[in-house]
Design a protein around this ligand. Structure first.
Ligand SMILES: Cc1ncc(COP(=O)(O)O)c(C=O)c1O
Length: 436
């Protein structure tokens, strides 16, 4: 029996089935954008632990910063009890990086879902209101409020209700599926007519590019209209940049593409290069609204994670990762568009910077999602040496989140594997289909 198989059998006996395992590939070693499994097989990593490793697996600069923190002799004191320098420096850095002229403040937590929970707490404390509006297809996490906000039932919400109340969903604009900005704005007005008056809404939370939902990029006019709506009614605009943040889209944060200042921003994932850390960064006046002691957590802002995050931010600056993301995005988009020209199963190729996806459909029909093909491609790609992720409300979108530190040769190797795997699946389904 292979080592992977043995570990997989043990995993099935020891770990809850509620936690899925996409691939029975048990990682023993990583380096930048490559992984090696328990059987010694090598993989190109296009998943980056779901958007966590924009700076690669344990960048040497991050490793050195973590070792330095360990050498300082403490890994935990609790930020709320006896704080430490790296947390203060990180908060200062984040306050300076998050876009917009209004002075910012930060609160630190551990996971993305926690950041979302806290953003809602802050918005409610600031406004004295309770309603929250989110969007269909969005993903905000697996804790109860984050689940309530998430606009995708399967598998995130099935069997877990009831959820916290006063949460409403409007459709996210997806022109490819016939949902325009006007439709989405009309749906918001509908919520104000049918469900609650705007001055009962504490916050609108939005991913500028839907992550789990399928890498749909919010149109600029939509973001601008949301900002105007929030300004008109005193609603807090929360940008969830947990997946889009830290250079992925070609800017440090996706909101920079829109020239719109959010009131609060949630960040996590690539912030600390694989160490658990998340934050809410926002307008200082709002961030100070909760009662002292109302925000926090035992592990909130771990010193090891903060040290890693400071090093990640230095890497992003020194290696100009936002600009690199634009180049990486161009390489990927060019290759996938070529595939789209040749294969009728590639319905759309889209993205922002290096947050690129291709939507798999039957015969170029946007309304005929092909989740089976996406699933098969993820599995086939692994056989051929590539870790790849799917996403989307219908599970038919292939998304690429390769570390931005990957070499061009490695990115091309991964793209070759996607093409080869897709053609193998199509050829096996029908010998003629491989040509389109
Ligand atoms: C946009 C967005 N928000 C929130 C989360 C939740 O983050 P976490 O899994 O760290 O709780 C995710 C995770 O995928 C995400 O992509």
């Amino acid at each position: 029996m292979s080592n992977n198989q043995d570990l997989h059998n043990r995993r099935n006996a020891a770990l809850s089935k509620g936690m899925s395992t996409m691939l029975p590939v048990y990682v023993e070693r990583g380096q930048n954008a490559e992984l090696w499994d328990a059987d010694g097989r090598r993989y190109v990593d296009f998943a980056a632990g779901i958007a966590v490793l924009n700076s690669g697996h344990l960048h040497p600069h991050v490793k050195a910063a973590v070792i330095k923190q360990l050498d300082a002799g403490f890994t935990h004191t609790c930020l709320m009890i006896t704080p430490y320098r790296v947390a203060v420096e990180l908060a200062e850095k984040l306050n300076a990086l998050v876009p917009g002229p209004t002075p910012k403040k930060t609160m630190l937590v551990t996971t993305g879902a926690e950041a979302v929970e806290n953003a809602v707490k802050i918005a409610r404390a600031y406004t004295g209101r309770s309603g929250v509006i989110a969007f269909g297809g969005s993903f905000h996490g697996r804790t109860y409020m984050a689940m309530a906000l998430t606009g995708k039932v399967m598998p995130y919400k099935v069997g877990f209700g009831p959820f916290p109340g006063d949460v409403y969903h409007a459709p996210f604009p997806v022109p490819y599926h016939g949902v325009t900005t006007e439709h989405s704005l009309a749906a918001l007005e509908q919520i104000f007519k049918c469900d609650l008056e705007p001055n009962r809404v504490a916050a609108i939370i939005l991913e500028p590019v839907l992550g789990e939902g399928g890498f749909y990029v919010a149109p600029p006019e939509f973001i601008k209209a949301l900002r105007a709506l929030c300004d008109k009614h005193g609603i807090v605009f929360i940008a969830d940049e947990i997946q889009t943040g830290f250079a992925r889209t070609g800017r440090m944060f996706a909101m920079e593409h829109y020239g719109v200042e959010p009131d609060l921003m949630t960040v996590a994932k690539s912030l600390a290069g694989g160490f658990p850390l998340a934050a809410v960064v926002g307008k200082a006046q709002m961030m100070d609204a909760p009662v002292t002691g109302g925000l926090g957590g035992t592990y909130a802002g771990s010193p090891v994670s903060c040290a890693a995050a400071l090093a990640v931010l230095e890497v992003m600056e020194q290696e100009q990762l936002p600009a690199r993301a634009v180049q990486v995005g161009d390489i990927i988009t060019r290759r996938l568009r070529k595939l789209q020209d040749q294969l009728t199963c590639v319905g759309e190729v889209r993205g922002l910077g290096a947050m690129v996806a291709m939507e798999l459909v039957r015969n170029r029909d946007p309304h005929a999602p092909d989740a089976d093909l996406a699933k098969a491609l993820v599995q086939r790609a692994a056989v051929n040496g590539l870790v790849l992720l799917s996403c989307g409300l219908y599970g038919n979108v292939i998304r690429i989140l390769v570390p931005l530190t990957a070499s061009e040769a490695l990115i091309e190797e991964g793209l070759d594997i996607i093409e080869k795997s897709l053609r193998e699946i199509l050829a096996a389904a029908t010998p003629l289909a491989a040509n389109g």
